[in-house]
Design a protein around this ligand. Structure first.
Ligand SMILES: N[C@@H](CCC(=O)N[C@@H](CS)C(=O)NCC(=O)O)C(=O)O
Length: 212
């Protein structure tokens, strides 16, 4: 299975961590934003990462891709079967992709992607505004809902945790701090200790450090 993308994308990182939790081999073909690589564009003509190629099967969108991997490799189950747990896992997947990353995106894009990857100045006022005005409400919502087990659904690792932890990594890369959110801090530390995240995030941190 080939995945086109960069692990700096929370959507790509989610898929890589999901596959790693299942011990499914993924061959990451690294591409940058707005890549015109023909193989990637064939897999997703809309140009967004991640995109998957599995033989002659092409699929875009991180949530679709993890559902495909789950169907191919049902064990260990990361998308619960029990109806209410499944509903909640899909809710948290959407929360991570949308509410949480929507709040983090201006910070990550303007403080990291533009200056470091694209060599252009970011809109630091937009980053600061999202951090001050949007992020606190989203983090307060999450802080109040992380259970004692530090797993969002069924007290075990599921898609929910991979989808929520992934944009929290981008928040960290963008200089966001979790002071005042002890539950999220403990949750993120536990997630980053998992082999599915640890290696990826260590490489990302090292690359950002090299870039200065
Ligand atoms: N809903 C999509 C979102 C994918 C997405 O927005 N990817 C971003 C990277 S973080 C992208 O490729 N953006 C490029 C662009 O918008 O041109 C998913 O879950 O895969």
């Amino acid at each position: 299975m080939i995945l086109y993308g960069s692990s700096f994308s929370p959507f790509v990182r989610k898929v890589l961590a999901f596959a790693a939790e299942k011990d499914v081999a993924i061959d990451l073909h690294r591409i940058g934003r707005a890549s015109t690589d023909p193989a990637f564009r064939e897999a997703n003509p809309l140009g967004k990462m991640p995109a998957l190629r599995d033989g002659d099967y092409l699929l875009a969108d991180s949530s679709a891709i993890v559902a495909y991997i789950e169907a191919l490799h049902p064990e260990p189950a990361l998308i619960p079967a029990e109806p209410r747990a499944r509903g909640m896992a899909l809710f948290w997947d959407e929360f991570g992709d949308a509410e949480l990353f929507d709040a983090v995106r201006p910070m990550f894009f303007n403080r990291v992607v533009r200056p470091r990857f694209e060599g252009k100045p970011g809109d630091l006022a937009a980053a600061d505004a999202s951090e001050a005005d949007v992020l606190p409400g989203v983090l307060a919502y999450l802080e109040a809902r992380i259970p004692e087990s530090l797993f969002l659904v069924e007290d075990r690792i599921t898609l929910a945790d991979l989808a929520v932890a992934s944009p929290l990594v981008n928040l960290e890369h963008a200089g966001g701090v979790l002071d005042g959110y002890p539950r999220i801090s403990a949750y993120l530390a536990a997630m980053l200790a998992r082999p599915s995240f640890a290696g990826l995030v260590a490489k990302e941190r090292a690359m950002l450090a090299r870039m200065g």
